[in-house]
Ligand binder design. Structure first.
Ligand code: SF4
Ligand code: FES
Length: 208
């Protein structure tokens, strides 16, 4: 038995997490147990914990089609270039909230690094929970910015944000990282176990 934090998926069932030092909910830190089953079908009445509802809900842990394409799109600026993978984007909108003058989905291109400072760009890449955003420090480079914190954050009406815990299955998206990623909690993603932003399109809520 090791103390290494771990996330495993049960087929057509919950995520089973062990040795997680920090579980943060929308209202702050949550009490943790050594082993916990987290809902990912979206139907539990005890969210974020599993109550067995996945059986009645007929939840399937695979299937569907990712909402975005798996590719790295570079957005070049004079001093810094930003990479973006649409399939990984969880529509968390941290980018627009932190620096709407650089990351504006109503504009084309939607990322304009020269509209802000390099520091602002780096702060947003660091805040992007899914790893959809990274820096290109040289040609074909993908550099993520990740803090040291080991945690799972439960987003209100949204997914699990994970940092510094190995994913339940290898992250095989181009330009993705195992160090930070976003796991589906609504059951609707076409890229399970990862979130593909479908919760936002479906207006999924915690209280459903
Ligand atoms: S996941 Fe990253 S790129 Fe997507 S909306 Fe959130 S901050 Fe922006
Ligand atoms: S929580 Fe984002 S697609 Fe399910």
């Amino acid at each position: 038995m090791t103390d290494t934090p771990k996330i495993e998926e049960r087929e057509n069932g919950p995520l089973v997490v062990s040795n997680i030092p920090n579980l943060r909910g929308p209202d702050g830190e949550m009490e943790t147990k050594q082993v916990m089953a987290l809902c990912r079908c979206g139907a539990s009445k005890k969210k974020p914990f599993c109550d067995g509802s996945h059986n009645d809900a007929g939840f399937e842990s695979r299937g569907g089609k990712p909402a975005g394409r798996d590719r790295v799109m570079p957005f070049e600026g004079k001093e810094v270039t930003v990479n973006f993978n649409p399939m990984l984007c969880a529509h968390a909108a941290e980018c627009g909230r932190l620096a709407g003058h650089i990351f504006d989905s109503s504009k084309r291109p939607w990322i304009q690094p020269d509209e802000g400072t390099v520091e602002e760009v780096k702060a947003v890449v660091a805040a992007c929970p899914s790893g959809a955003l990274s820096l290109a420090l040289s040609e074909d480079d993908v550099t993520h910015i990740v803090t040291d914190k080991v945690e799972i954050r439960v987003q209100e009406h949204g997914p699990y944000w994970v940092q510094n815990i190995a994913p339940p299955v290898p992250m095989d998206a181009v330009g993705g990282t195992d160090e930070k990623y976003v796991l589906c909690r609504c059951g609707l993603s076409g890229n399970k176990p990862f979130c593909d932003g479908s919760h936002r399109d479906a207006k999924w809520r915690d209280d459903t």
